[in-house]
Ligand binder design. Structure first.
Ligand SMILES: NC(=O)c1ccc[n+]([C@@H]2O[C@H](COP(=O)([O-])OP(=O)(O)OC[C@H]3O[C@@H](n4cnc5c(N)ncnc54)[C@H](OP(=O)(O)O)[C@@H]3O)[C@@H](O)[C@H]2O)c1
Length: 429
């Protein structure tokens, strides 16, 4: 065993960083045995130096993160500040000064992963980020390493705990969106400003990262089609129940049937109760992977929180330290396939459409004609109504999003269609 410790600079000591520091201290002997050398916390960069940081020697704390990563004796930089800057500049500077990097920063990796990987490669260093997607759940490494010999066709997951908590509440109690959000906020599952979660930005960043790794193709945040879940209603859940489904906010990354392109999207969708993702309750995350040889795989666990996320960070830290001692680097970016990312219009799936229509003869035929004219085949229709008003629920067979959009536009123009109450994709069948 080598005795010179590996020096770690911790950038950020908040929810995740404080747990990283705690585990590094409490598990120090085990980490030393697993890595083959001691790891030493060499410095901790924060914004507010005067805050009490339990278990961290005050002399390690600095507000000058740049000076810390430039020291030259740092082996690994752990970036748990979050956001784009200064995290991006600090990571780049870390590579320039010889350190490898472990990060939990989904936003930065989804936006600038390619450039960061290039910087790591240029300097012969590692960039690991298991914690950036689905917290504690081992996902990046299984996709990048365990399944490297397989061909992944689909990655579909619940990758945001806040939205899953809200939707699960709506499902189990019949509550509306606002009521469920208020409860999530009161219990600390939702931030004071929940936009990043409920509008799907957080899940979209994760979808970009997952699609890039699964399909060996660069996928950026801008390539991901994103719809939030704020419009999901109690009525949608009632409809879903009638179909034997529930509603989840899903991140879906797919290879097209002909294998020539990929898509990545985030939106609420109905999934059958028999699908493994339907049983993911509360703030838990899960990702369902389909590949040629392995078939169907499910990864499940806590997708956030200080300690679970720190578990993933520590796993990366051990891997990076081992590489360092062995004089090697782990897998870098794999984007050789360079498949085009198709627009949402090319996505093919099923749809559940709820229409408010006039309750009179011939309406059903009119509606069915519009679907047929746009090449969208109907699977089932359910009609109910009284006093001249009726509702029509149409579930389609698989059709392209573009065809469905055209259908809905034409339906809105029919005199007999008073409104389109909801449109929801149906996945996982
Ligand atoms: N929280 C989770 O459950 C979770 C799960 C998965 C991934 N992540 C990711 O982990 C990262 C960190 O999240 P978090 O929840 O731990 O955030 P957080 O609690 O807000 O902590 C951020 C830390 O960064 C420090 N910081 C902010 N700006 C800085 C600057 N300019 N220079 C130096 N330090 C600075 C803050 O210092 P002060 O302490 O002085 O304010 C704080 O210690 C993010 O990328 C996030 O997306 C978090």
């Amino acid at each position: 065993m080598r005795t010179r410790p590996l020096k770690v600079a911790l950038l950020g000591c908040g929810v995740v960083g404080s747990e990283v520091a705690r585990i590094m201290t409490t598990h120090a002997d085990d980490l030393t045995a697993r890595i083959g050398a001691p790891v030493e916390l060499a410095g901790v960069a924060v914004r507010r130096p005067d805050r009490v940081r339990e278990g961290i020697a005050p002399e390690l704390v600095t507000t000058d993160a740049t000076a810390l990563v430039k020291r030259g004796d740092i082996d690994v930089v752990v970036e748990v500040i979050g956001g784009i800057e200064p995290a991006r500049a600090l990571i780049t500077t870390a590579f320039e000064h010889g350190a490898s990097v472990v990060s939990a920063n989904k936003a930065l990796l989804a936006q600038d992963g390619a450039a960061l990987h290039a910087a790591a490669e240029q300097h012969g260093r590692d960039l690991y980020y298991e914690a950036a997607v689905a917290g504690a759940i081992p996902l990046i490494r299984p996709l990048r390493e365990s399944l490297a010999g397989d061909k992944i066709n689909r990655v579909m997951g619940i990758v945001n705990g806040t939205t899953n908590f809200i939707l699960d509440k709506m499902d189990s109690t019949g509550a509306g969106y606002q009521e469920a959000l208020d409860e999530a906020t009161a219990l600390g599952y939702a931030e004071a400003d929940p936009t990043a979660d409920v509008e799907g930005f957080d899940a979209a960043a994760k979808a970009a990262i997952l699609a890039g790794i699964a399909f060996h193709t660069r996928v950026r945040l801008d390539d991901v089609h994103r719809e939030g879940m704020t419009e999901v209603t109690a009525a949608d859940f009632a409809s879903a129940k009638e179909m034997g489904c529930t509603i989840k906010l899903l991140a879906i990354c797919e290879r097209a049937d002909d294998g020539a392109s990929v898509t990545a999207r985030v939106h609420p969708a109905m999934i059958p109760l028999s699908h493994p993702l339907a049983s993911v309750r509360g703030a838990y995350n899960a990702v369902f992977v389909e590949s040629d040889a392995a078939g169907q795989l499910m990864f499940y666990g806590p997708g956030a929180g200080g300690s679970p996320t720190a578990s993933a960070v520590l796993g990366d830290l051990v891997a990076v330290c081992r590489n360092r001692i062995g004089g090697a680097t782990g897998p870098g970016e794999s984007a050789y396939a360079a498949l085009p990312v198709s627009p949402m219009g090319d996505v093919v799936t099923r749809y559940h459409i709820s229409l408010d229509v006039a309750d009179k003869p011939g309406v059903l035929a009119q509606v069915a004609t519009v679907f047929a004219e746009h090449g969208v085949s109907i699977d089932t229709v359910r009609q109910s109504g009284k006093d001249g008003e009726a509702s029509l629920v149409v579930v389609t067979h698989r059709a392209s999003d573009a065809a469905l959009t055209g259908t809905v536009e034409a339906l809105r123009k029919l005199d007999t269609v008073r409104g389109v109450a909801s449109i929801m994709r149906v996945e996982g069948e």
